[in-house]
Design a protein around this ligand. Structure first.
Ligand code: FES
Length: 159
């Protein structure tokens, strides 16, 4: 079974419909990547190959666009979404240290998902709670006045 067939809740037919609409239109690559990611949730290699073929571009071109834009994912999102704010207010109150500690704890970099699929780590710009900085959200729940070890402890509540 390929990676992209596991826990599949979307249909390849939906992807094919998008690809049919943009057949041969290499200039629509970014739009197609957005639409397909919206359906599938991420952009596994198997799907990248289909996009390259349909739009008549090289697989390398598809991959370089995906790598360039941080909002494209080649792995499925984790069970729990962690967003660390690096907006100005949080930044000056220490959010880089929070992020660094979480990256070390989870052994991933921002924008990635742990190998066990449990956590995805993202950086965001202002969560609208600047007075509570540094702030992170886990599955949409805000946690403020963080210290690196407090941030790690919070993750233990999300199994
Ligand atoms: S800068 Fe972090 S919540 Fe506004």
């Amino acid at each position: 079974m390929t990676e992209c067939c596991q826990q599949q809740s979307w249909s390849m037919e939906e992807v094919e419909q998008i690809l049919d609409a943009y057949q041969g239109q290499s200039s629509a690559l970014i739009e197609v990547l957005h639409q397909v990611q919206h359906v599938v949730g991420y952009l596994p290699r198997e799907i990248q190959v289909k996009i390259a073929k349909a739009l008549d571009v090289s697989l390398g071109e598809v991959y370089s666009v995906i790598s360039f834009y941080s909002n494209f994912n080649i792995k499925p999102k984790g069970k729990h979404q962690i967003c660390v704010c690096k907006g100005t207010a949080c930044y000056v109150k220490g959010s880089p240290e929070i992020l660094q500690r979480l990256e070390k704890e989870l052994d991933i970099e921002a924008g990635d998902t742990t190998d066990d699929g449990k956590y995805s780590l993202e950086v965001v710009r202002c969560l609208g709670a600047c007075g509570l900085g540094p702030v992170m959200t886990v599955d949409g729940n805000a946690h403020g006045s963080l210290k690196p070890e407090k941030a790690v402890a919070i993750l233990q509540k999300y199994n």
